[in-house]
Design a protein around this ligand. Structure first.
Ligand SMILES: [Zn+2]
Length: 280
């Protein structure tokens, strides 16, 4: 049985033959290549999801994206996992994030005792491991005191619901690829809004949150309707989209738009309350 002082080397032989500097430039190239893909905005959106207790919440945006590329939303160093009573499974491979390397340089080289500044001279690769490659104690999860109704409907449509912190001003987000609704607030209406998007997509799969104003109007209408049904009326939703259209389109066009939104809202509500549930 082989033992070693450095667990990162034990699980990734490649690092022994490759300098940290080369490794870092490989990671930098990955970031650069992303700029020529359509995947980048999706990754940026996912990087807005944050859990304050995860060390990665303090990483640079670029490192968070390198992490998301490996298919996890929680990566930590070997010892950081041990600190939360989890350990890296044998045979797991590390991946690398980039730590900036600074050197002190004189602000004015003609003045030897003058002010010094930190200058970025490069990056070093830091090995970290995915949550999925660890085992041990469960990590604590935030649960709202008063969870919203209809969580079972989300489940019925294959969506998991998670509570995590999101970037300032963002309270709900749905990852359709991973089928996860992430909420950063106990506010029921935010869940209803994301649920409406998810159900809407079951019959119009191309629709996404914030990408189609008409779908926003629909999700807002469904969320406000559900809030009334569950006696938590919410006045925060707006008719901005419809109002904007009303000022530039003909009455017939606006009328047709309203009918479309109403029709789809009804279809979403029918999915939540199938005929067999009527009267419940
Ligand atoms: Zn939305």
């Amino acid at each position: 049985m082989q033992t070693t002082e450095n667990p990162a080397q034990a699980v990734d032989q490649k690092t022994t033959t490759q300098s940290w500097r080369e490794r870092a430039s490989e990671e930098l190239e990955k970031i650069i290549r992303l700029f020529s893909t359509t995947q980048l905005p999706d990754l940026c959106a996912k990087a807005l999801i944050n859990a304050p207790e995860r060390p990665s919440s303090k990483w640079s945006f670029g490192n968070q994206i390198l992490m998301l590329l490996t298919g996890t939303s929680d990566a930590r160093g070997y010892r950081q996992w041990m600190d939360v009573a989890r350990h890296v499974r044998q045979g797991s491979k590390a991946f690398y994030i980039l730590g900036p390397v600074f050197v002190k340089k004189a602000l004015d080289y003609t003045e030897p005792d003058g002010e010094e500044v930190d200058v970025l001279v490069g990056f070093k690769a830091i090995p970290v491991f995915r949550y999925e490659d660890t085992e041990g104690a469960e990590l604590p999860a935030y649960k709202p005191r008063d969870p919203p109704p209809l969580l079972n409907v989300a489940e019925r449509f294959g969506m998991r619901v998670n509570y995590l912190r999101l970037s300032a001003g963002v309270y709900g987000m749905t990852d359709y690829e991973q089928q996860v609704i992430t909420l950063a607030t106990p506010d029921w209406t935010v869940f209803f809004h994301e649920l409406a998007h998810a159900l809407h997509r079951s019959f119009e799969p191309k629709t996404r949150h914030n990408q189609e104003p008409e779908a926003e109007a629909l999700a807002q209408l469904v969320a406000a309707t559900l809030a009334r049904i569950y006696r938590k009326p919410d006045d925060s939703f707006s008719w901005t989209y419809i109002a904007t259209q009303a000022s530039s389109a003909t009455p017939r066009e606006v009328g047709a738009l309203c009918m479309r939104v109403l029709d789809r809202a009804r279809r979403v509500l029918d999915l939540i309350y199938p005929a067999s549930d009527a009267g419940r």
